[in-house]
Ligand binder design. Structure first.
Ligand code: UDP
Length: 333
């Protein structure tokens, strides 16, 4: 693979693990300093692998790397994967998790969001091809847009507004999926596509603007919980450890076709706000705010494919997971 004209401005800071001849398999994770990316890095290390995390810190945080940085099999490189990326040594897995992922974050960085979903995906696929590695794309339930089919199976093509405020994220991820399929068909890269539904857990940013961090920070501070619209819109929340075990299962036993990963337990946003008030023992009340444009009315994964093909399903219940996330937010909010 030859570098495109826009050669990397990345500053390699790879440590000794790059030249490690231990024979341990190695994974590279873009967005490795992000919420889910950092949990994945940790899981790979626990599996006895070496890990190189890439991040440009647009939305990732160095604090998410604290538990990882002293581990001998962990390396970090500050890099923008929208530009050509070259990595020395063998790779077994290339995972593309880099992207702003909350509606306020991608609204604030629409061009970067489009680039990382398109150019970033292409560069990570090129890396996987050069290394004969398995490539995994972190896609999203957003590819279903405001779904007209409920719950959403992988066979549903979605209902996305390409020119609305969510279009930069939704269409970038749809293009990313098309890129993965093209590299599979044209270059026989061993690809995987996961469609991640709403996930929560430790290391989410307090200020990323999503429902769980907002409601938890507001409940802890005794502020009103801001429910958008009448709160009847639904989401299905998965705890991060379940998501991570799903990703590992997809790497081992998945194929190139997209697979939903999420928890089918569906709740309205009003129920979620009330549950968080109850679990936190807060005296906060609920305040309704304007519903954002194109906010999906409903969302619930059909996980038949994950159950059948991977033998995977979420194990952490809604309240159990929310309690763990709440504990984290108490320590940082
Ligand atoms: N939401 C809300 N209050 C908030 C933040 C979000 O009512 O303070 C709603 C939002 O309108 C959406 C749902 O919660 O209907 C989930 O939003 P989130 O940003 O967590 O993720 P999305 O699934 O929309 O990407």
């Amino acid at each position: 693979m030859s570098p495109p004209p826009c050669a990397s401005s990345a500053s390699p800071t790879e440590g000794s693990a790059a030249s490690n001849q231990s024979g341990k398999p190695r994974a590279v994770v873009s967005g490795g300093a992000g919420f889910i990316g950092s949990h994945l890095c940790e899981a790979f290390l626990n599996e006895g692998m070496r890990v190189l995390a890439l991040d440009n810190f647009i939305t990732g945080s160095s604090s998410n790397l604290k538990v990882l940085e002293d581990k001998p099999d962990f390396e970090f490189r500050k890099a923008n994967v929208n530009e050509f990326i070259d990595i020395e040594g063998d790779l077994r897995y290339v995972l593309h998790f880099a992207s702003p992922a909350s509606p306020p974050q991608y609204d604030a960085n629409p061009i970067h969001t489009l680039k990382v979903g398109t150019l970033g995906t292409m560069n990570m696929l090129g890396l996987a091809r050069a290394k004969s590695a398995i490539f995994l794309l972190a896609s999203t339930s957003e590819v279903y847009g405001d779904p007209l089919v409920h719950p959403q199976p992988e066979s549903y093509w979605g209902n996305v507004n390409p020119i609305g405020p969510r279009g930069c994220y939704d269409e970038a991820k749809r293009c990313a999926e098309a890129f993965a399929m093209a590299y599979k068909r044209a270059h026989q890269v061993d690809t995987r596509i996961i469609r991640i539904f709403n996930t929560h857990g430790p290391r989410m940013q307090v200020s990323d603007g999503r429902a769980v961090p907002n409601f938890m920070a507001q409940a802890i501070r005794g502020e009103p919980l801001t429910v958008y619209g009448d709160g009847s819109q639904t989401r299905s929340l998965c705890y991060v450890s379940d998501l991570v075990s799903g990703v590992l299962a997809v790497l081992e036993r998945g194929d190139e076709m997209p697979i939903n990963l999420g928890n089918p337990h569906e709740v309205t946003m009003l129920e979620l706000a009330e549950t968080i008030i109850g679990l936190s023992g807060s005296s906060s009340r609920i305040e309704h705010r304007e519903l954002p444009i194109d906010d999906p009315r409903q969302r619930q994964p059909d996980i038949t494919r994950a159950r059948t093909m991977l033998g995977w399903e979420p194990r952490v219940g809604l309240e159990e997971g929310l309690m763990k996330t709440l504990e984290y937010f108490r320590s940082v909010a």
